[in-house]
Design a protein around this ligand. Structure first.
Ligand code: NAD
Length: 245
């Protein structure tokens, strides 16, 4: 039985985690629900692992407390600044952490396929990413779109900060061969759509994933939490959890 503490428990993902964990009550128990104004420190001891889906500025403090108390941490939150990422990463020397921009099995397969397609198609194809999310999403582009862009930049051996082209407006001129276009669309209640476009003269390949329920992320995060308990300190990805590496 894995005992889980949830940070961000009143949010959309927090609620999905609680629903999904209840269906796996033979294997999982939620022993702490922490949201804004609650003290993680007062419930952390009762848990084997912490799962955080809250806000970018919350994660560094959660990671520091988990490191201090020796509790594994699953991070679902996206939109961190470089400073916040550096703060969070410090905890990896003391505890095992899974940090993934997307916990769905389908999206992690998309990550794998995107790398393969970019390797096979080579530099002659223009690369563009389009993501769409519900109107309440706070960060853009999505963490998943950023991961897709990082994969493409890695295959092309370029720095993403140099290659990324976020949206286009005005007289931007012709597209350069090296740029990676990233476009964030917002509206309605879309849980999360991602398309990677590989476009060349005469043909175009598009890889698309559409999430229709948050439960796909919640089940993935719960799976990651169970996998993480008992691991050595370090930073793991969902690709590690799924054995895709
Ligand atoms: P949400 O706004 O519905 O929920 C966030 C919750 O965090 C809220 O209940 C809020 O009150 C709470 N919160 C704010 N400050 C807090 C604090 N100091 N301590 C504890 N809780 C606090 O957002 P959401 O849709 O549930 O998404 C949460 C995060 O997860 C976002 O960053 C989102 O992009 C990300 N997300 C990641 C994945 C993934 O697979 N990695 C999937 C979906 C969403």
């Amino acid at each position: 039985m894995t005992r889980v503490v949830i940070v961000g428990s009143k949010g959309r993902m927090g609620q999905a985690l609680i629903t999904c964990a209840a269906r796996q009550s033979h294997a999982l128990k939620i022993v702490g629900q922490v949201d804004q104004g609650d003290e993680l420190g007062s419930v952390i001891e009762g848990g084997d692992v912490v799962i955080e889906f809250a806000l970018h500025h919350v994660t560094p403090g959660v990671a520091a407390l988990c490191a201090q108390r020796g509790k594994p941490l699953v991070i679902g939150t996206t939109g961190h600044s470089e400073d916040e990422k550096a703060e969070v990463t410090k905890a990896q020397t003391r505890i095992p952490m899974v940090w993934a921009s997307n916990y769905s099995t389908g999206v992690n397969t998309l990550f794998w396929l995107t790398r393969k397609a970019a390797e096979i198609l080579g530099p002659g194809f223009d690369l563009e990413i389009i993501e769409m999310h519900h109107r309440l999403k706070k960060d853009a582009p999505s963490g998943t779109a950023t991961t897709l862009a990082e994969i493409l930049a890695d295959v092309r051996r370029v720095q993403l900060r140099d290659a990324a082209r976020h949206g286009r407006v005005g007289l931007v001129g012709e597209r350069t061969a090296g740029e990676i276009g990233i476009h964030a669309v917002r509206g309605g209640d879309v849980v999360g759509d991602h398309t990677v476009i590989f476009a060349a003269g005469g043909e175009r390949l598009e890889l698309t994933h559409r999430a229709s329920s948050r439960e796909t992320f919640a089940n993935g995060a719960l799976r990651a939490a169970q996998w993480l308990v008992g691991r050595l300190p370090g930073l793991y990805s969902m690709q590690d959890v799924l054995g895709l590496k």
